[in-house]
Design a protein around this ligand. Structure first.
Ligand SMILES: [Zn+2]
Length: 346
């Protein structure tokens, strides 16, 4: 657990299941898993992430999503996710999921209702255990499919920035190469016009092009954005020389939902030490540190923050700045944001 209260903006519900819960849910419905020993199963999920192959990585989700096809299972996992985040020292979380991946639970709106109720229950359980956490929901549409406008409408109908578990934003998730955000411009417009915030995944090739397109469709934050480094050069003095897109992201303080371990695992950067999060933070970018998929990457929010701190020798103030950047970029109501910001500033 970190000494600094933590904020996470990019964490997938179907990428953060507890191993024990996976085993129990699988046993209850006769779902065949690649391993039944907890340690072996944990390694299997990790191996998918370590394969540095986005398609194999995404294949691990077939098992987690496959288990989340009843309201009870989805609600349970949503509740546990928030309890786990709070126990890890997270005081504000935005957790995301794609309702279209859970048809067994019901229609899009029904899935959203079940998951958000689970998040709210998780916040209540955590508070009862002495771990205060505010949680909000980001609804994702799969960019490889063609239901994004319907998903955006269902998300808008559930918009609620002030309540625990409330929907605050819309996102485009799934395989990115070949599925540019501009294909879903209509859905993004529906979300924005409906009062939701917008964040769009942009982590795969063509890196800078996808980031530029995310901004083009109105994204207020960029999911990952790690390949923005391709538009930067390390200068002779060790500082960053910025291309026009990187300069724009800096000038407009577009928050980057960086997920360092995941970014290494999918091959966006060779090692954590090569990740741009340290240079970005020190150059004044609105850099934030996130988990993406705690199960597949074998991380927690606190372990990820500690890994970044160690890789770049961050000072305590820099670690706190990452959290301040994150709460400044949160999509919740202003009252919640300033209350959480005060907790981080203490
Ligand atoms: Zn993600």
């Amino acid at each position: 657990m970190s000494v600094v209260p933590l904020v996470v903006l990019h964490d997938h519900l179907d990428g953060g299941l507890r191993i024990d819960t996976i085993l129990e849910l699988a046993a209850s419905i006769g779902h065949e898993l690649p391993a039944t020993d907890p340690d072996e199963l944990r390694s299997w999920f990790r191996a998918g992430a370590d394969a540095r192959d986005i398609l194999q990585y995404l294949a691990t989700f077939e098992h987690t999503v496959g288990l989340l096809q009843t309201a009870d299972a989805l609600r349970r996992v949503a509740t546990e996710a928030v309890v786990d985040l709070a126990a890890d020292g997270v005081v504000y979380a935005e957790v995301r999921f794609a309702p279209e991946l859970h048809p067994g639970v019901g229609g899009l709106s029904e899935v959203i209702d079940v998951a958000t109720a689970g998040f709210a229950a998780g916040a209540a359980h955590a508070a009862a255990a002495g771990n205060m956490i505010d949680v909000r929901t980001i609804v994702c549409a799969m960019r490889t499919e063609n239901r994004s406008a319907d998903v955006a409408r269902a998300a808008v109908a559930a918009a609620d920035p002030t309540s625990q578990g409330g929907v605050v934003a819309f996102d485009l998730a799934g395989a990115e190469t070949g599925f540019p955000p501009t294909d879903h411009a209509v859905a993004c417009r529906i979300a924005l016009d409906g009062g939701l915030a917008l964040t769009v995944h942009a982590s795969e090739p063509p890196g800078t092009e996808l980031i530029a397109q995310a901004l083009e469709v109105g994204a207020q934050r960029v999911g990952h954005g790690v390949r923005l480094i391709e538009d930067c050069r390390i200068g002779d003095d060790g500082g960053l020389e910025l291309g026009s897109l990187a300069q724009r992201v800096l000038d407009e303080q577009v928050p980057l939902e960086l997920c360092p371990s995941c970014n290494v695992q999918i091959g966006a950067v060779p090692t954590l030490a090569d990740h741009p999060i340290g240079p970005f933070l020190r150059a004044g970018f609105a850099a934030t540190v996130n988990t993406d998929n705690r199960l597949m990457s074998g991380v927690t929010v606190s372990s990820e923050v500690a890994a970044v701190r160690d890789a770049f020798d961050l000072t305590d103030d820099e670690v706190r700045r990452l959290q301040r950047n994150a709460i400044a970029a949160a999509f919740c109501d202003e009252a919640t944001r300033s209350r959480v910001a005060a907790v981080i500033a203490d």
